[in-house]
Every structure is written in structure tokens, then in C-alpha cells.
Design a protein around this ligand. Structure first.
Ligand SMILES: Cc1ncc(COP(=O)(O)O)c(C=O)c1O
Length: 402
């Protein structure tokens, strides 16, 4: 019997097919001699496998009824306690017990807030550029992404009110503004304390919630932090974070902290998705935090990613030079290049042929258009390969420009 054609029966939102990005990432994942600057993956060599194996074994042997069981939809009490204590490491505001939920990573936190806040056609104000995975979550909940404006220092706070007015003029009710203030994906930029304060003031004036994504907050190369938007405006902010970059994406763990009414609605939404984050990972992370391993490991991670960033900057200076401009990140995983006169969507396959992979700029913008930008991730590329990667990129740009 032949398999029926199910495509026409798929929901409309599923019929768009794979994105351009998945094609690039599929090629990039092909291994071989490719220098891969594409995905925002942590370096697996930085996973402390021996310690993690011990913590997993300890959780299974000593607390199997917790570690191997369903957890509460808000997370295990012990981890929630450890997480609240960890806030004090870099922030002056600690969420109360009913202001915090443990999630299955950052994307899950964004899924839950979308379920909690977005009716079909509601607006989400987004940076231009911003994390494309978030666009995908907002859109799959029938949210409409409305662009704010960014400059060479990151999000322009005044554009929050402008974008909100633009949305309302189009009959779109803006529900929240999605902002990544620390070593942004994809730009690598750090938003100044002054701009963070202006964002809070505008959010209050506009009656808008800020969704602050702190995925890279703990990864400043010098270990420093600026005040979070959450600590400046806890009344108007939901902060979402992930342990994918500093612990391991394999456990899928993150959190959201914000006004109790919103967190409560997110906890309700979690009962309709995966019910709870995985308990075994939660037990491991709880031990990691309580025993001080987490905070102790951060300086090592910060230095390791800093070394990679430095190696990539030197390689770009040497090989790409005046062909492009790029950001010089002080933390995180990414640098953002502008290659004037080149459509980076067309450059991507040429670069793959030359043996180097990156993510073209277009999908990081909510609005369509040709884009001369691209994102390079340095987090997983060995320092010894940066030079060759930059040399190949320069060759591809030269070829594309003819
Ligand atoms: C800014 C930002 N937020 C969230 C995520 C996703 O986090 P997770 O893998 O925990 O879902 C990423 C991953 O690349 C990211 O860059």
C-alpha cells in the first residue's frame, strides 16, 4: 500500500517547509574539513564530564524518587531555592517564590510566555537584528513581530515607543518587547546601563512588558555584569535565562522570573506542553549550584570563550581586513559582520564550497529584504582553525564580488 500524501493535511503553519537556515545548518553539520562558524553551540570540551557523571549518579542513587519522577510544573523546590540564591551573584533583585519558574531551556520559556500572553495577531516588538529562534516561537503562536531599531550600540530605546505606535496604527496590539541586552545574538553587542534604564522607563510609560533574554549574561570575558533590565524594572520585566550555554544544552534547563501573574500563567501553560522540566537535570544543576561548582566554573568558561573571540578577531583583521566590518564582542558567542555590496544569502553556498560555514543575516530580521550582514559563532571553533576559516571567508567574498 502506498503512503497517503499527508502534506495537504498539515496545519498551514507547518506547510512553509524547511527554512533557508535549516539548509545552511544541515550543510554546516556535515563535518569533514569545513570550518564551522554557524551554530551557537557551547564547546563540548568545556563540559566537566567527570563531575556531571558523579552528580547524575548521586541523584539517581540517593534520590531516585525525585530524580527519575515527574517534577512540579514550576520546578523542583531545591533547584528553585538554589536559583533564587544564584540571582544575588549578579543581580540586586531576587524573585519571590511565586515569581520564578524552571523551564526546559530558553526556547521553552519563550514558548510559555507566548502561550500566556499572545492572542492571534498580537504584536511582539523585536530588535533588528535579533535571535531568529525567538521569531519562530512568537510566530508559531500567531504573534506578529514588529521591528524596533538598532544602531552600532544595540537597541535604540526610543524605538520601543515608535514601534508600539506603528503596531497600534496597523491594528496590532503590542504585548511585549523582546530584548537581549548582553552580548546579543546575533550582534554580540552589550547594551549600556543608560539604555537599559530608558527601556524600563518607556515600558512603564507604554504599559508594555519587556521580555529580557539573558542567555549570555554570565559570559562576559572579564566576568563583569551591568544591571539587568529585570533588576531595574521588575514590575515590567520577565527575565528568561538558559543553562544551555553555561552548563549543557543536553539537560534543557532554563528559567523565567517576573510578575507573579505572568509566571502563574506560564506555569499553567507548562501543564499543556511538557508538564515539567526533566527532574534528573534539575537535580544535577541543584547540586552544581549548591556545592559552588557552577559559580566556580564560570571564570574558566569566560576565559575560554574570550580566547576564541580574540583569535577570531585577529584572523578577521589579517584575512578579511577592509572587505567587511564587524563587531568586537566583550562576551558571548558571536560577531556580526557587514559585507557591503554582498547578499550573504548568496554568499553562504559559495562559502560552503570554499570550506567555511556561517549564518546569513536575513533570518535575524523580522522584515524581509536583502542583507549584507552575517553571523559568525566562535564558541565551538578551535582557535587553531580561526585563521583558515577567515582566509576561506575572504576568498568566498572575493569570488562573490567577482
Ligand atoms: C539569545 C538566545 N536565547 C535563547 C536561546 C535558546 O536557548 P535554549 O537552547 O536553552 O532553548 C539561544 C540559543 O541559541 C539564544 O541565543
Amino acid at each position: 500500500m502506498s503512503t497517503p500524501d499527508w502534506f495537504g493535511r498539515l496545519a498551514e503553519r507547518a506547510q512553509a517547509g524547511p527554512s533557508e537556515l535549516s539548509a545552511v545548518l544541515a550543510l554546516a553539520g556535515s563535518g569533514g574539513d569545513l570550518v564551522d562558524f554557524s551554530g551557537g553551540f557551547p564547546d563540548p570540551e568545556l563540559f566537566d564530564t567527570r563531575l556531571l557523571a558523579e552528580l547524575a549518579a548521586k541523584a539517581i542513587e540517593t534520590r531516585p524518587e525525585v530524580a527519575l519522577q515527574y517534577a512540579s510544573n514550576r520546578g523542583l523546590p531545591g533547584l528553585r531555592e538554589a536559583l533564587r540564591a544564584d540571582f544575588a551573584r549578579t543581580q540586586s533583585r531576587t524573585p519571590a517564590d511565586d515569581e520564578l519558574i524552571v523551564t526546559s531551556g530558553g526556547v521553552d520559556a519563550m514558548t510559555l510566555i507566548s502561550k500566556a500572553m499572545l492572542d492571534p495577531g498580537d504584536g511582539v516588538l523585536v530588535e533588528a537584528p535579533s535571535y531568529l529562534g525567538a521569531f519562530s516561537v512568537f510566530r508559531s503562536h500567531e504573534g506578529v513581530c514588529v521591528s524596533m531599531r538598532n544602531d552600532e550600540h544595540g537597541l535604540i530605546p526610543a524605538s520601543l515607543a515608535e514601534a508600539a505606535a506603528d503596531a497600534r496604527a496597523r491594528g496590532i496590539e503590542p504585548k511585549f518587547a523582546y530584548v537581549i541586552p548582553d552580548f546579543q545574538n546575533p550582534s554580540g553587542l552589550l547594551l549600556s546601563a543608560e539604555r537599559r534604564r530608558e527601556i524600563v522607563d518607556t515600558a512603564r510609560a507604554e504599559g508594555l512588558l519587556v521580555l529580557e533574554d539573558v542567555a549570555y549574561r554570565d559570559l562576559a570575558f572579564d566576568g563583569s555584569t551591568l544591571p539587568s533590565i529585570y533588576e531595574l524594572g521588575p514590575d515590567v520585566t520577565v527575565q528568561v535565562g538558559t543553562f544551555s550555554k553555561t552548563f549543557s544544552p543536553g539537560t534543557r534547563l532554563g528559567w523565567a522570573a517576573g510578575p507573579a501573574q505572568v509566571i502563574d500563567a506560564m506555569a499553567q501553560a507548562k501543564t499543556n506542553t511538557d508538564q515539567c522540566a526533566g527532574a534528573l537535570g534539575q537535580c544535577m544543576l541543584e547540586s552544581l549550584m549548591r556545592e559552588g561548582h557552577y559559580a566556580r566554573a564560570l571564570p574558566h568558561l569566560q576565559r575560554a570563550y574570550g580566547t576564541r573571540a580574540q583569535a577570531l578577531m585577529a584572523a578577521l583583521d589579517e584575512h578579511v581586513g577592509s572587505m567587511a566590518t564587524w563587531t568586537r564582542p566583550a562576551g558571548g558567542f558571536f560577531t556580526w559582520l557587514d559585507v557591503p555590496g554582498v547578499d550573504t544569502k548568496l554568499l553562504a553556498p559559495v562559502a560552503i564550497d570554499a570550506g567555511v560555514a556561517f549564518v546569513p543575516g536575513a533570518p535575524f530580521f523580522a522584515d524581509p529584504g536583502a542583507h549584507s550582514q552575517l553571523r559568525l559563532s566562535f564558541s565551538r571553533t578551535p582557535t587553531g582553525r580561526m585563521g583558515e576559516g577567515a582566509r576561506r571567508l575572504a576568498a568566498a567574498i572575493g569570488f562573490q564580488r567577482g
